[in-house]
Design a protein around this ligand. Structure first.
Ligand code: SF4
Length: 341
C-alpha cells in the first residue's frame, strides 16, 4: 500500500468544496469544507457519521447533486475543474473515467430491463461496441465478480437476484467501462455480514488488479483502514483529518478521530463499558463559525467556537484543529496540546 509519505500524482482533488441545498425557501450548508486528494491508483476511505456529507462529496465528482445545489470551491480530475467541464467533457468523465457503486443497487438498476441490458447499454450507446462484444465483456465480468451461470443471469431481471448478487452486478457495471476512479458509496451497508465481506473482497481485488483509484465511503473506520491507503475523517460537513491508514492509531491528531478510535469495541477489554462521545453529532447546517466539534471536544478552548480551523500539516497527514494532539506528545489523554493560534 502507498502511504501519504510517498506522494503520487493526484487523480482527484477537492479544494475547499462547499455545497448548499435549498430547504424550505433557504439555502442550507450540507458540505462545509472538503480538502482532499486521491492519488492515482490509491484508495482513500472517507469516514464519517450519517449526515456528515460523505455521499454528497462523492456525488459532486460526477455533478450528481440534487437540483438547486450551489457549489463553491473546486473539484478537479487530473487537474481539470469538473465544474468548468462542458457537457461533452462531463459525459466522457462519467462514461470513461469515473464509475460509482451505490449503496442500494435496487434503487439504481432499472427493474424492467434485463441484467444484460443494464451492463451493456453504456458500451453499445456511448462507445459503439457491437452487442456481441459487449455481451462477452459482461459475461466475463459477471464471472470475475463471483456470479456463476453468468449467461443465464444476463437474461434475468433485478427482481430475480438477491441483494448480494445485485451488488456484484453493480460492481461489474462499474468495471465494464474500465474507469480510473471508483466511487464506492457504502457498497456493503445494505448486505448481511457474510455477503459484506465477500463483496468487499471482490471490490478490493478488482481495484488492486486494475490499479484503480478509489474513494471509499463508509461509517466503518476499521473496514476503511483495512482496505484503504489513507483515511479522511468527516465531521459535520468538513474533512477534519486525512492520514495514512497505517498510521491511523498512532498518528491521528484530531480529537474527533481519537474519540472515534477510543469508542470502538475492544474484544480484549472484557466487560468494560463502551466509551461514547459526549453530546450529539451536528449536521453541517447547524455548525457555527468555529469548529463544529467544539461542543463535544474535551480539548476545546475559546477560540474553537469562533474561528474555523483549516487543514494544516501534522506529523503524518493534515488536520483541521487549533490544538491537534501531536503524535510525539504521548498517549491519548495525557497529550500536550500545541496552539496554532
Ligand atoms: Fe477540539 Fe478546538 Fe480542535 Fe475543534 S479546533 S477539535 S474544538 S481542539
Amino acid at each position: 500500500m502507498n502511504g501519504m509519505e510517498t506522494p503520487a500524482t493526484p487523480l482527484l482533488e477537492f479544494d475547499g468544496l462547499h455545497v448548499t441545498l435549498p430547504v424550505r425557501g433557504e439555502h442550507r450548508t450540507v458540505v462545509h469544507r472538503v480538502d482532499l486528494t486521491v492519488p492515482t491508483g490509491t484508495a482513500v476511505g472517507l469516514v464519517g457519521e450519517s449526515g456528515s456529507g460523505k455521499s454528497l462529496t462523492a456525488r459532486s465528482v460526477l455533478r450528481l447533486l440534487p437540483p438547486g445545489a450551489r457549489v463553491s470551491g473546486d473539484v478537479r480530475f487530473e487537474g481539470a475543474s469538473i465544474a468548468a467541464m462542458d457537457q461533452g467533457a462531463l459525459r466522457t468523465l462519467r462514461s470513461h473515467e469515473v464509475a460509482m457503486v451505490f449503496q442500494d443497487p435496487r434503487a439504481h438498476i432499472n427493474p424492467l430491463r434485463t441484467i444484460g441490458d443494464f451492463l451493456t447499454e453504456g458500451l453499445i450507446t456511448t462507445r459503439g461496441e457491437r452487442r456481441v462484444v459487449a455481451a462477452a465483456k459482461a459475461t466475463d465480468l459477471l464471472r470475475e465478480v463471483g456470479i456463476a451461470d453468468a449467461t443465464r443471469r444476463l437474461r434475468q431481471r433485478p427482481a430475480e437476484l438477491s441483494g448480494g448478487l445485485l451488488q456484484r452486478v453493480m460492481i461489474a457495471a462499474a468495471l465494464i467501462t474500465e474507469p480510473r476512479l471508483l466511487l464506492a458509496d457504502e457498497p456493503t451497508t445494505a448486505l448481511d455480514v457474510t455477503t459484506q465481506a465477500e463483496v468487499m473482497a471482490i471490490i478490493d481485488e478488482a481495484r488492486v488488479q486494475r490499479g484503480l483509484a478509489m474513494l471509499f465511503i463508509t461509517h466503518d473506520l476499521a473496514l476503511a483502514s483495512a482496505v484503504c491507503d489513507s483515511i479522511a475523517v468527516m465531521y459535520a460537513g468538513s474533512v477534519v483529518e486525512q492520514l495514512p491508514a497505517s498510521r491511523l492509531h498512532e498518528g491521528s491528531c484530531h480529537p474527533y478521530t481519537r474519540a472515534l478510535l477510543a469508542s470502538r469495541p475492544d474484544p480484549g477489554a472484557g466487560a468494560r463499558a463502551l466509551r461514547a462521545i459526549d453530546g450529539r453529532p451536528l449536521s453541517a447546517f447547524e455548525a457555527g463559525p468555529g469548529c463544529a466539534f467544539a461542543p463535544r471536544c474535551p480539548a476545546a478552548q475559546d477560540v474553537c467556537s469562533t474561528e474555523l480551523p483549516l487543514p494544516e500539516p501534522t506529523g503524518d497527514g493534515r488536520t483541521a484543529c487549533h490544538f491537534p494532539r501531536l503524535a510525539h506528545d504521548g498517549a491519548p489523554g495525557t497529550d500536550r496540546r500545541v496552539p496554532h493560534v
